[in-house]
Design a protein around this ligand. Structure first.
Ligand code: SF4
Ligand code: SF4
Length: 58
């Protein structure tokens, strides 16, 4: 699946499980209002996408 499509799907379907938070080496992910929000400093390493259950199993 295309990278942008994955990111969009994750944003739409995120349920705030928090799995991605600990995987970000730059610590730029926070859970706000029950969804993951990526702040400034993302280096697009994709580690958070690889572990996201929405992307993996959705
Ligand atoms: S792509 Fe990498 S740097 Fe960006 S939020 Fe995900 S884990 Fe963090
Ligand atoms: S791992 Fe996926 S579903 Fe869980 S908080 Fe992060 S983006 Fe949302």
């Amino acid at each position: 699946m295309h990278r942008v499509e994955l990111s969009i799907r994750r944003t739409l379907e995120c349920h705030g499980c928090g799995v991605c938070v600990g995987k970000c080496s730059n610590d730029v992910i926070v859970i706000e209002g029950g969804v993951a929000v990526i702040g400034d400093g993302c280096v697009y390493c994709r580690k958070c996408i690889e572990v996201c259950p929405v992307v993996k199993f959705g």
